[in-house]
Design a protein around this ligand. Structure first.
Ligand code: NAD
Length: 486
């Protein structure tokens, strides 16, 4: 395996120290099924030590000004830009991303941008308008003014999913650190190695205990962070099912929660939309990290008058979706993360077929090693099908038809998810009108490109809270109001 040191001892980072573990587990390359490395297996005790270390480091770190903390973040962005250039092979191997995605989206791009964005200080305070307070048994007559300030939430455990390991972690820790919190990073068990590298770089820059990294294959270590009274906030990105468990157990210690959960992105096409452009967007479900992305437009809701043409155009486009060795430059569709996940997606496709969906393309397992699923298109679907209701997190598109904008909105909202939706219409005014009726935290019109600094998060089972941009800083803070007589 190119440029990956098989003998490297991967360690945890706790209180500024790199800590060995007595046990390790294998990280498997989903593309080749070979072993990428042996990840450290943290114990619950080591996890709680990380929480205690983050708590100890908190007072000094939060006492710095935001400007001072941002200086550390800027230094981290510079150091990571240099160091991460060496991590492409590692990230490619542990995530199974195609080379194109590994180079441009996993290691560069959003990952470094998140640090750069939060390396500039924001003004967070807001003055209160003075109000007249009449004389009472409580206090004499006065004019009361004040200020609303932001305090850090405290110790934040950042629990992340496997799809974009570095980007997911960077999106949490950069705003959390800028806001004055200390963090424990708990990456997904499937691909934590580059995150450990990230931790090593940050540990050489930030004061001891400000950034801690805990890795393990068991859900128990994430659960231990949720239960720990040393942890004030859980910033979680992952499935709605695990998110719901965390909300329930986090309630015992009144955790502050940021929940970025699953999605089943609706993509509405009106009869006057640009079909080619919409199809180009939908094809990203196949060609962008094999559909392992929460915002993917997987649920196509197409006007009946353009339904046949849309399905035919999607079919023709799927023929360009080369499935192959993820390390080869020309490959567009790589594997999904694990054998278990491949089996889950396959049974999900089978449930659609059993429920009467028509397989237009895909559905079968490609004849190659690794955890591959052919780009799959299921037409003739209806909202009662499991394959329409649930998230596949794989290269699977379902298509339904609608008979007008109102019906399209009804179908789009007939989902317990509400993360990211898309509207393709003949003009932006019509698309905007439809967007306002969607139960979805984000809506993109005639594009699948997101606004990177817009508030990001979901309605319904897709989450609670928002991050990115200024909302990222707000998410990792407590609101404090201070008042005095003017
Ligand atoms: P997952 O929910 O299985 O795991 C996410 C993380 O939670 C992992 O680190 C895991 O170890 C940890 N975990 C598992 N059980 C836990 C418990 N009981 N307590 C605490 N932590 C626990 O998700 P996944 O399979 O890694 O990722 C796929 C899911 O993530 C999809 O549903 C996808 O939509 C979602 N996702 C959402 C966003 C978003 O921004 N909304 C982004 C990426 C992925």
């Amino acid at each position: 395996m190119a440029d990956i040191d098989q003998d490297y001892e991967w360690k945890l980072i706790v209180g500024g120290e790199e800590i060995s573990t007595s046990a390790h587990y294998d990280i498997i390359d989903p593309n080749t099924t070979g072993i990428v490395g042996k990840a450290p297996e943290a114990t619950v005790q080591q996890t709680l030590q990380a929480a205690a270390a983050a708590k100890e480091a908190l007072p000094k770190w939060k006492a710095l000004s935001m400007d001072e903390r941002c200086t550390y973040i800027a230094k981290a962005a510079d150091a990571l830009e240099v160091a991460s250039a060496e991590w492409v092979d590692l990230v490619q191997a542990e995530t199974g991303a195609t080379m194109r995605i590994a180079k441009t989206m996993q290691v560069a791009g959003a990952f470094i941008d998140r640090f750069r964005y939060y390396s500039k200080s924001f003004e967070m305070n807001q003055p209160l308008t003075p109000v007249y307070s009449a004389a009472s048994a409580l206090a004499p007559e006065s004019l009361i003014t004040g200020n609303v300030i932001r305090q850090p939430a405290g110790v934040v455990a950042c629990i992340t999913p496997y799809n974009f390991p570095l980007v997911n972690v960077a999106g949490k820790i950069a705003p959390a650190l800028a806001m004055g919190n200390t963090v424990i990073i708990k990456p997904a068990p499937q691909d934590p190695l580059a995150v450990i590298k990230l931790g090593e770089v940050l540990n050489s820059i930030f004061p001891p205990g400000v950034v801690n990294v805990i890795v393990g294959s068991s859900p128990d270590i994430g659960a231990a962070l949720v239960d720990s009274s040393d942890v004030n906030m859980i910033s979680f990105t992952g499935s709605s099912m695990v998110g719901a468990k965390i909300m329930e157990s986090g309630g015992k210690t009144m955790k502050r929660l940021l929940m970025e959960l699953g999605g089943k992105g609706a993509l509405i096409m009106t009869e006057d939309c640009d079909i080619q452009s919409a199809v180009g967007g939908i094809a990203s479900v196949w060609g962008f990290h094999s559909g392992q992305i929460c915002t993917a437009p997987t649920r196509v809701i197409c006007h009946k008058s353009i339904y046949e043409e849309t399905v035919a155009t999607l079919k023709a486009t799927s023929e360009f979706m080369t499935v192959g060795d993820a390390r080869e430059e020309g490959t567009l569709v790589g594997p999904v993360i694990t054998e278990t996940h491949r089996d889950r997606v396959e049974s999900f496709i089978q449930s659609g077929i059993d429920d009467g969906a028509e397989v237009i393309v895909g559905g079968e397992r490609p004849d190659r090693d690794g955890y591959f699923i052919a780009p799959t298109l299921l037409a003739g679907c209806n909202p009662d099908m499991h394959v329409v209701k649930e998230e596949a997190f794989g290269p699977v598109v379902v298509v339904m038809s609608h008979d007008g904008d109102e019906h399209a909105v009804e179908l789009a909202n007939d989902s317990h998810y509400g993360l990211f939706s898309y509207v393709y219409a003949g003009n932006t005014t019509r698309a905007y009108d439809i967007a306002q009726k969607l139960e979805s935290g984000n809506v993109a019109l005639n594009t699948i490109a997101p606004h990177m600094y817009a508030p990001f998060g979901g309605f319904k089972m897709s989450g609670v809270g928002r991050d990115r941009g200024r909302w990222g800083l707000e998410a990792y803070s407590e609101v404090q109001a201070i008042n005095w007589p003017s």
